[in-house]
Design a binder for this molecule. Structure first.
Ligand code: ADP
Ligand code: ZN
Length: 815
């Protein structure tokens, strides 16, 4: 009897592929194991077994597999169910979902590049074939798997390569990544000599004459009594008002010692503290959540900024972990949330694994295996978007923090999934519950509450009963008229900043990134230098004195004369965060100004450096973009300033008002979190704008009502579903013709529910011209059927010769 398997290949073709196996292999294989298979004339791929059966394919003769790569499945049946849903819902191939899910180390293919690990020494643990490969790498430092086939003169080498990776003898090319450099924080402690009371008394007597030094030692004791935890050098300096020279003198005398603790994210110590006791309002919220879990699968926790949502999550997590189940905690962007990680780490210690696509292959493989085998180390998974694709074996709860964040949606490449919605499906597969948390829920989620699909918990008190910050709208039209602006600052905002600085408090200034890049324009001929590859003006970066494209990365030195008219009259207009930083430095020369935007946070740990510097009060005023708004908890910020609220409100998108409300409320929420009520100043040309009024009064319900009415009136989500089709090609006339063809085909079926084709605001990126078509699918239309039709149109399109080279991208629920 012939046996066959259907496998998933990591490619964009929307089907499974059938291979032939022997009876023995059929007995051994399980769904979710990997096999190496030939593909096309010369390629080898790692494929995943999806079905095992006896049906030989009709149209072609099935090839044989090369070899089996696993002893146990590396992907669970539940995962495969989940992947199937993703592929189906987001209209992509299950192979693309597999590629997004599995660490690349699991997916060796003929083109994968292999390198020798220079540090490897245990050659004796290699078997003969492994040694041959290893030796070949001494002669030629980079080999493709194809070449290794030739060297060993056999087809099945992927298993050998996997073994070499496991033994640490080789690595994959992609694996060479930046090493993690943790920030070291300096702490102080009394020298060991002074552990006993007598020696201590002796010490105090000895330094009686060195007044300043004595003060430092006394401050040390008072801090120790107050904090009862390790004391940072910085804290001691502030408390004792001492220079580093004095501290160093004490170190030299062996009275105190300086030591460092890594703020390491990956290997965690045991949890050191219990979850915090909740106040009465938090307690009520927690009980409501527990109650609602019995009634609803998905629950929305609407807690205002600084109400202590994270502390409540900690209680829920503890209950699930104590029951021996796994928890998935999703965050919008892992880079921004070091803070949350270290908070949870103090409770759950080494039960936490962090998963992030920027982590090295080794780290990702480790998390994958720990989850699959239900290891203690991977009971609580913290991760951004892609963590939703991991092999959970016994999931007991999913928390989606800041559920309104649009960064949960993947744009590029496919699968273009939304991690919140994908998490909800994952929970259903695991028959467990989801908690969505936010101070500013997405309209979609709140609408599900209104329709009684989600449970709802509200908490509108800040922890410690600190009031929400007082918000003030500053009319800059008026200020301009009365000449009360200095650069981009109103006199009022300047007064507030000065007040905060005088009180030794910190300030956050928010500048929306969108639409406000500093553009260079010639004041003689009006021409702005353009990107040669994209349809946008180049942005001026003062710091490097260069012009840069934010879409493709093109850059050139700032020219001295206008490229069009050759006059030396190039002028930078508009303002970016960099401009603001420079103005601030001139206005407040005593203050330390920092900047957090895509420029200053380059590199894997860029954010963390700035966040810790601000936390350690090494920065007084922090200027930044969107990144500032996500879940940061600082204790000493008393003022948040928004430099211009209008550009985000005017952004041409149906979600612009909702997004503006969320951004403004979230950034305001960074003010006055710890003790005293904070202040927020929003500069605007339009102080009577409904959204700004709603931000001022913190009126989410009214904002929701207005917005949902608009969505009704103009047919936008959540009242309809959107599918966006994007066509791209380097030839404009071709993409035009193609989009007309697709537009017409869609109109024949969906009639007035088609918008476009249109050229987007930026209509050429990386030398490709772009056309968009938007499909609005009414809720009463069966979604699956509509998608089938769209897929059919796509298939016909791709079978037309002249359109073959046009990229056709489908984005379901696009943002
Ligand atoms: P949110 O996530 O709702 O913005 P957080 O969980 O960050 O709020 O809480 C705000 C601040 O208040 C944090 O510094 C947090 O540690 C503190 N806090 C909240 N609840 C408690 C509690 N029950 N006990 C001690 N501190 C708390
Ligand atoms: Zn460009």
């Amino acid at each position: 009897m012939n046996h066959f398997i259907n496998v998933i290949l990591p490619i964009p073709l929307q089907k499974l592929f059938t291979y032939q196996i022997t009876e023995a292999e059929a007995k051994y294989l399980k769904i979710g194991m990997r096999v190496a298979v030939p593909f096309g004339k010369t390629k080898i791929f790692t494929a995943l077994v999806f079905e095992i059966h006896l049906l030989s394919p009709e149209a072609y003769e099935a090839k044989e597999i090369h070899q089996i790569l696993d002893k146990e499945p590396i992907v669970t049946i539940k995962q495969l169910t989940h992947w199937k849903w993703i592929a189906n819902y987001y209209m992509c191939s299950i192979g693309e979902v597999m590629r997004a899910s599995i660490p690349t180390a699991f997916l060796l293919e003929s083109e994968t590049l292999i390198l020798k690990n220079e540090k490897f020494e245990n050659e004796e643990i290699l078997n003969d074939d492994e040694y041959l490969i290893y030796e070949a790498l001494e002669r030629k430092p980079v080999l493709k798997i194809k070449e290794i086939n030739d060297i060993l003169n056999k087809k099945g080498v992927i298993a050998d390569i996997n073994n070499l990776i496991d033994k640490g003898a080789i690595h994959l090319k992609e694996e060479i990544i930046q090493q993690y450099k943790p920030k070291l924080i300096k702490y102080v402690r009394l020298h060991k000599k002074y552990e006993s009371n007598e020696s201590l008394n002796q010490l105090l007597e000895n330094i009686n004459k060195a007044k300043k030094q004595r003060e430092v030692v006394l401050s040390y004791f008072s801090l120790q009594a107050k904090l009862n935890k390790p004391i940072k050098m910085k804290e001691l300096q502030i408390e004792a008002n001492a220079s580093s020279a004095i501290i160093n003198a004490l170190v030299k005398k062996e009275i105190i010692e300086i030591y460092s603790i890594q703020t390491d994210r990956i290997s965690f110590d045991k949890g050191i503290s219990n979850v915090k006791d909740l106040n009465e309002y938090q307690d009520i919220a927690l009980n409501e959540i527990r109650d609602l879990f019995n009634k609803f699968d998905v629950n929305l926790f609407h807690g205002i900024t600084s109400s202590g949502k994270t502390e409540i999550y900690a209680h829920l997590i503890k209950e699930v972990l104590d029951a021996g189940k796994q928890v998935l905690y999703l965050l919008p962007e892992i880079a921004l949330t070091t803070q949350i990680i270290s908070r949870l780490q103090s409770f759950f210690g080494d039960k936490i694994s962090v998963f992030h696509s920027k982590y090295s292959i080794d780290e990702r493989v480790e998390v994958w295996n720990n989850l699959l085998y239900k290891k203690e180390k991977a009971q609580l998974i913290l991760g951004a978007r892609s963590a939703v694709l991991l092999p959970f074996s016994d999931l007991g709860l999913i928390i989606v923090d800041e559920e309104h964040e649009t960064s949960y949606k993947q744009y590029e490449p496919s699968p273009r999934y939304h991690a919140r919605d994908t998490a909800i499906v994952l929970a259903k597969i695991h028959q467990t519950k989801v908690l969505l948390g936010s101070a500013t829920p997405a309209i979609e989620s709140f609408s599900n509450v209104k329709e009684n699909k989600y449970g709802y918990i509200k908490l509108d008190r800040r922890y410690g009963d600190v009031l929400l910050p007082e918000t003030e709208l500053v009319d800059i039209k008026e200020k301009h008229r009365k000449k009360r602006m200095t650069g981009h600052f109103s006199d009022r905002l300047l007064v507030l900043i000065q007040e905060a600085l005088d009180n030794k408090e910190q300030v956050i200034l928010f500048q929306n990134r969108r639409g406000y890049s500093p553009i260079v324009e010639c004041s003689t001929c009006g021409v702005a230098p353009q990107c040669p590859n994209c349809d946008v003006s180049l942005t001026y970066h003062k710091y490097r004195n260069e012009l840069r494209c934010h879409y493709c990365g093109f850059n050139r030195a700032m020219p001295k004369t206008c490229p069009a008219c050759e006059n030396p009259t190039l002028d930078s207009k508009g303002f970016g965060t960099e401009q603001i930083e420079i103005e601030l430095q001139n206005l407040f020369s005593q203050a330390k100004v920092g900047r957090m935007d895509s420029d200053t946070t380059r590199g894997k740990y860029g954010y963390q450096k700035i966040i810790s510097a601000f936390q350690e009060q090494e920065i007084d005023i922090l200027v930044g973009t969107q990144m500032l708004t996500k879940g940061l908890d600082f204790n000493h910020v008393s003022l948040v300033g928004v430099l211009n609220a209008d550009n985000m409100l005017n952004f041409p998108d149906f979600r612009a008002y909702e997004r503006s409300y969320q951004l403004l409320v979230q950034v305001s929420g960074r003010a006055g979190r710890a003790k005293k009520r904070g202040k927020v100043a929003i500069q605007t040309f339009n102080p009577y704008h409904q959204i700004l009024q709603q931000v001022t009064t913190n009126d989410y319900e009214q904002m929701y009502k207005d917005q949902i009415d608009e969505r009704h009136a103009f047919h936008y989500p959540p009242l309809v579903r959107l599918v966006k089709i994007t066509l791209k090609h380097k030839d404009f006339s071709k993409v035009s013709k193609a989009s007309d063809w697709v537009g017409r085909s869609l109109q024949n079926i969906f009639h007035e529910n088609i918008l476009g084709p249109t050229s987007p605001a930026i209509s050429r990126v990386r030398n490709l011209h772009i056309k968009n078509i938007l499909i609005k699918l009414p809720k009463n239309r069966p979604l699956g059927r509509s998608k089938e039709i769209i897929q059919k149109i796509k298939n016909s399109f791709q079978s037309i010769g002249e359109f073959r080279s046009v990229r056709f991208i489908v984005d379901v629920d696009n943002y």
